[in-house]
Design a binder for this molecule. Sequence first.
Ligand SMILES: Nc1ncnc2c1ncn2[C@@H]1O[C@H](COP(=O)(O)OP(=O)(O)O)[C@@H](O)[C@H]1O
Ligand SMILES: [Mg+2]
Length: 281
Amino acid sequence: MIKLESISKRFDAVQAVDNLSFTIDRGEIFGLLGPNGAGKSTSIAIMCGLVSADSGKVELEGLTPTTIKARKKIGLIPQSIALYEELTALDNLNFFADLYNMDKELKDQRINWSLEFVNLQDRAKDTVKGFSGGMKRRLNLAASLLHDPDYIFMDEPTAGVDPQSRNKLFDSVLELKEFGKTIVYTTHYMEEAEKLCDRVAIVDQGKLMALDTVDGLIRAYGGESQVTVQTNQGLEQFESTNPAKDLVKVLQDSVQLEDVTVRRPDLERVFLNLTGRQLRD
Ligand SMILES: Nc1ncnc2c1ncn2[C@@H]1O[C@H](COP(=O)(O)OP(=O)(O)O)[C@@H](O)[C@H]1O
Ligand SMILES: [Mg+2]
């Protein structure tokens, strides 16, 4: 479990994180959803013990994140790719594994497992500079898993990734959850939060705006569905919390239904309703 209590962090004029409190449960995929500059990366850096908060308290299984004991439980895939372009995939992983002081046998075993996990075993001996954006992301993920951490922080892992690699990455996230890992996933794409996350924290300007399951957020803050009905009498649009019931009202005696679309509220609408702004810049 990760626990944040009233965490704040300011950089000069910018309040990057503003009195953030929430708890991340073991084994869940926890999403931090917010636009660029919302404070997602700063929050992650604080949870991983890389940046110290100005005030508040953060604990990972009761440990302070800066301690070695806590660090061993943390795997971080940073927003910007951290790899040596001139080295092969294997040499990169060897380099990172050496930071964890593993014996040779365990090291080789973990490197093989990680390469296989991200499906790069065939490219182990190739230099990273020839890799696609998606392959680099996957290798970055492999590097963060070498010491078998329980808590995996993924900071905008799909940035610069082609659709095929993105799907592979989603599968990897779900697989890690099956292994019992806890995943903290930041994104400004609502589709990713909707697809992957057990619970989503919506953040804006360093503040927690809402926290719940995707369904819970949509129910609480999504508002009404937008219904568009084409009949032989013309086009009609209305908002409704119960589209099926309201549709029946439109379809009186001589009215013939030709087409209907129901646009249910999504996280984009939730964000708009909570902040008055769009999620995308
Ligand atoms: N090291 C830093 N120095 C100064 N400002 C920073 C620093 N890191 C982040 N910020 C600012 O803090 C705010 C939050 O940034 P960040 O946590 O990176 O947001 P996000 O990851 O949601 O895009 C932004 O306005 C950013 O410019
Ligand atoms: Mg960021």
